[in-house]
Design a protein around this ligand. Structure first.
Ligand code: SF4
Length: 232
């Protein structure tokens, strides 16, 4: 199996890691808002999540203790009054995440969320929050908490599998480890790769038919082309 080389991938795509690092908090300066922001943007998209954040912040609700103790019906009505529709599932996830942050903040006693907790313990406790899938958990770890985690979305999985960097039967954690092991804990590189895979997956590495002839990663394909054509 060929080795995954993140430096070559980023060079081919022309993505600087500095810009990506700016998108992640540093470990010593993590606030609850940055954690909530990751979940909201995944659930609602960037524009709506910004509106939700602005409305909740103005009303004093974008704070872990307040959000954790909030009444869902009241929260839903407040957002409806602001002409923002946020489904009950997303709302419940946001509140459960607030409970998690609030408990961690009290336990940790630090102003930076999770500062005294190692990456694996954080991943394990986040995975226990109902409704958060493994990729959401790793996105929160990376972009919300500034940890060296790689969220393997479907697009990233397709890219890794088609190049033979992971086996098509690989599980989530196996695929994640291929990327994380290759970058040696570099949060900026992980963040740049996340952005790169999302873009390449959307523009070229589609589920049915990859558009390799126009993709900058084509020089890294195996001699006989992509290992798989159709992949979810
Ligand atoms: S070269 Fe082909 S298989 Fe590789 S990422 Fe681009 S579209 Fe996907």
């Amino acid at each position: 199996m060929p080795a995954f080389d993140p430096t070559t991938v980023l060079e081919l795509l022309g993505l600087p890691t500095e810009d990506s690092l700016a998108a992640c908090p540093t470990r010593s300066k993590v606030d609850a808002e940055s954690v909530f922001r990751v979940l909201l943007s995944r659930e609602l998209g960037a524009a709506t999540s910004r509106r939700v954040e602005a409305a909740l912040s103005e009303a004093g609700w974008f704070e872990p203790g307040v959000l954790a103790a909030s009444d869902l019906a009241e929260l839903r009505q407040f957002l409806a009054d602001e002409r923002i529709r946020l489904g009950d599932v997303a709302l419940a996830k946001l509140r459960r995440l607030a409970v998690w942050v609030d408990a961690l903040r009290v336990e940790d006693g630090s102003t930076s969320i999770g500062a005294g907790v190692d990456d694996e313990s954080l991943r394990e406790s986040l995975r226990a929050v109902k409704g958060l899938g493994p990729a959401t958990v790793d996105a929160i770890l990376l972009r919300g908490l500034g940890r060296a985690a790689f969220p393997v979305e479907r697009a990233g999985y397709r890219i890794l599998a088609r190049h033979g960097w992971v086996d098509a039967a690989a599980g989530y954690d196996e695929a994640r480890a291929v990327v994380e092991d290759a970058v040696d804990g570099d949060v900026a590189v992980l963040s740049a790769l996340e952005a790169a895979f999302e873009r390449v997956g959307r523009e070229f590495c589609r589920p049915r038919a990859p558009r390799c002839e126009r993709c900058k990663l084509r020089t890294l394909l195996p001699p006989n082309g992509p290992v798989h054509d159709e992949l979810d």
